[in-house]
Design a protein around this ligand. Structure first.
Ligand code: 13P
Ligand code: SF4
Length: 309
């Protein structure tokens, strides 16, 4: 049997030989973060994908992230270690539904979270990520916003931009949704000096009691640098690896989500494994293939976002 270290060595060798770059989201398994060239949140990874001069991009994240890399680089080969790794929230939005809302509200602008499939991006006016959503929506002239698909990120943005009217798609992220404010408050009682940092995909009650709401990378930055020695983390447990690496002197508490009796855990993100990364590099299989015209349409709102943020 081949050890994890040997698999990693093979990956690093092939990466050089094939001029490939490995991009990984912070929710990926630690061993994948270790062989990645860049780790980031969805905005940072889209930027890296847009700027890379590699011939092959191995995208370790869920499918919409790999699709985004392909849309921004239609001439490059984008490989997704496990095609089964999707995002349940992205699958909650449909083109038909978005077109129906557009018809009902002809004066509205469609703002889609990057957590959408390529066909939904293609009928959107602009894309946002959790890091730049407030900034991007503020920059729009339109008064009326159709926000797709995350109702909780949508509510978070709406609260900060009261002058605009929001029509929210009723999608949500199952792992983040299950984290309740009650659990956070119980932990706060146990650790009164702790700060609470959560992702905007958490439900509204949870976000309201947090000291900080931000994207994956923003949470890591906040938690590792804020004055508190203990930080209660309301997002996916995969970031624990980066938190401990960046600042091992602090205590990071990951609450147990009531529904699952487990921490916030995205099983889709964990479907990529080191073996699968090696396999796609060797065989160049699991390539992201999208219709050319669809990619051209989806690229417009994505590039609009990247030019603003
Ligand atoms: P980030 O924008 O923070 O990377 O979030 C993406 C995501 O899917 C979180 O669940
Ligand atoms: Fe999708 Fe939630 Fe998983 Fe992020 S954590 S990829 S939003 S299911």
């Amino acid at each position: 049997v081949i050890t994890e270290k040997q698999v990693a060595e093979k990956i690093n060798k092939l990466k050089k030989e094939k001029n490939a770059v490995i991009l990984a989201h912070y929710y990926q398994r630690p061993e994948i973060q270790d062989i990645a060239d860049y780790i980031g949140d969805s905005l940072e990874l889209s930027r890296k994908a847009q700027q890379t001069d590699a011939d092959i991009i191995v995208f370790c994240g869920v499918r919409f992230m790999a699709e985004t890399a392909k849309i921004l680089n239609p001439d490059k080969k984008v490989l997704h270690p496990n095609p089964e790794s999707g995002c349940p929230m992205a699958d909650m939005a449909t083109v038909e539904g978005v077109l129906r809302l557009k018809k009902e509200h002809p004066d509205a602008v469609v703002v889609s979270y990057i957590n959408t499939n390529a066909d939904v991006k293609a009928v959107s006016d602009i894309i946002v990520t959790s890091r730049n959503a407030v900034k991007v929506v503020k920059s729009l002239h339109a008064k009326k916003i159709i926000f797709v698909p995350d109702q909780f990120l949508g509510s978070f943005v709406a609260k900060q931009i009261p002058e605009k009217e929001f029509i929210l798609w009723k999608g949500f992220c199952p792992p983040h949704f299950n984290l309740s404010a009650k659990e956070l408050l119980a932990l706060k009682e146990k650790y009164p000096d702790a700060k609470i940092a959560v992702h905007p995909e958490c439900n509204t009650d949870t976000a309201e009691i947090a000291d900080f709401v931000g994207s994956t990378t923003q949470i890591i930055e906040y938690a590792t640098t804020c004055e508190a020695d203990t930080v209660i983390i309301g997002t996916e447990v995969g970031i624990e690896y980066a938190l401990k690496k960046k600042n091992p002197n602090k205590k990071y508490i990951f609450p147990q989500a009531a529904e699952y009796c487990g921490v916030v855990h995205c099983c889709d993100m964990k479907k990529n494994t080191l073996d699968k990364v090696l396999q796609v590099l060797e065989e160049e299989n699991n390539e992201i293939i999208l219709d050319k015209e669809l990619m051209e349409k989806a690229r417009i709102p994505l590039e609009k976002m990247l030019s603003i943020s």
